[in-house]
Design a protein around this ligand. Structure first.
Ligand SMILES: [Zn+2]
Ligand SMILES: [Zn+2]
Length: 378
């Protein structure tokens, strides 16, 4: 057996030749030794194959690195499998386009079996506002394409009867070169022989009719962390649809959380905002108001005497949990003056007498306006 020639030598390029140089050298040699140009010339045929093999390796970055390191005696034997390199049917026309690269790269997918990932799914899940405070353990039921239980995903009554599809070599996809005017385009499509499954089943499983997969409902448990906001998507890796190829990874499940509104709180990340309608007397003489709160303890809002409508009271540490921290945001209480809408004659009389009592008339109206203006302007 003759010693295998160095790939760089085969293509006649130096070891530090660029990708472009390698491609150029391959094209010109492949044209020179192409079987169409050299009918019945076994020597040219051998050279054509040799050039193809060298290019298959040197045009694939990963294989090239391995070759540069180990030469022909790399670990794991021939990168083309036990049969060695078999050659590729490239038409002379293809050699003028660039699309042939893909054919060569396909060789190296076979051992890892390039797989098609299953579908990603999105599921919208609504939770009460309280969950933003406490977090929760949730359980939902989703419908997704899953491996058939009866045949364990093989699609066959007897898993031993499954044969790898010869048309696509079990990959489920075929690569084709298409000529579009002066261009050669590489297109990857589902293998028509096996419908993308990569295998041929002679006695299909009854439950899934040979698909290996069927729509099944599944319970999914997940944890919602405290402090969650609406619109956040939790990713459950591998909980999506099953892949159509046997060794393919399943897709992912995204659970988009919708947090219901609180009856009175608005949210500003971990802060809770609320308006608190209080009476005139609460503002004038001050007051303490107790409210039920989402953390289970009552919330005391302390209104200082002399407060004004629009004043904000911050209660620190009683807002929502801040994600990734043990702290909590604040509750921001904006004071609103709760104006009585309809007064009885009796009430009007009392308020009028109270105005006299407060003596708001002792200061002239212009003085009052001036005082307001200077406070507003700081
Ligand atoms: Zn089945
Ligand atoms: Zn196939």
């Amino acid at each position: 057996m003759t010693e295998k020639r160095d790939y760089y030598e085969v293509l006649g390029v130096s070891r530090n030749a660029s990708d472009g140089d390698i491609r150029k050298a391959f094209r010109s040699l492949a044209r020179k030794f192409h079987p169409d140009k050299n009918p019945d010339d076994s020597d040219a045929e051998k050279k054509f194959k040799e050039v193809q093999e060298a290019y298959a390796i040197l045009s694939n970055p990963e294989e090239k690195r391995k070759y540069d390191m180990f030469g022909h005696n790399g670990p794991g034997g021939s990168p083309f499998g036990p049969g060695g390199f078999q050659g590729v049917n490239i038409s002379l026309d293809d050699l003028f386009g660039g699309g042939f690269d893909g054919i060569f790269n396909q060789f190296f997918g076979s051992s890892r079996r390039r797989s098609t990932k299953g579908d990603d799914l999105i599921y919208r899940h609504t939770v009460p506002f309280q969950v933003a405070m406490d977090g929760s353990e949730e359980e939902i039921e989703i419908e997704a394409l899953r491996n058939c239980k009866d045949c364990d995903g093989s699609g066959s009554k007897d898993p031993k009867n499954v044969k790898s599809c010869p048309a696509c070599d079990g990959r489920g996809r075929v690569e084709r070169l298409e000529r579009l005017g002066p261009f050669t385009q590489r297109s990857v499509s589902e293998c028509p022989s096996c419908g993308g499954m990569g295998k041929i089943i002679s006695d299909p499983c009854d439950s899934c009719r040979g698909q290996g997969r069927s729509q099944q409902s599944k319970r999914v448990k997940f944890t919602i962390p405290p402090g969650i906001t609406s619109g956040v998507r939790l990713r459950m890796r591998g909980y999506g649809g099953a892949s159509r190829t046997e060794n393919g990874l399943p897709g992912d499940l995204y659970i988009e959380i919708e947090v219901q509104r609180h009856p009175w709180f608005e949210r500003d990340s971990s802060d809770l905002l609320m308006g608190l309608p209080v009476g005139f007397s609460d503002l004038v003489i001050g007051s303490k108001i107790e409210l039920p709160h989402i953390d289970g303890k009552s919330l005391t809002v302390k209104i200082d005497a002399g407060s004004e409508p629009g004043d904000t009271i911050e209660i620190k540490g009683r807002g929502l949990p801040i994600q990734g921290s043990s702290r909590r945001g604040s509750v921001m209480v904006v004071l609103k003056l709760d104006m009585p809408k309809k007064l009885t004659r009796e009430q009007k009389k009392k308020i009028s007498s109270m105005a006299d009592l407060l003596g708001s008339d002792t200061e002239g109206i212009e003085d009052r306006i001036r005082r307001e203006a200077s406070r507003r302007r700081g």
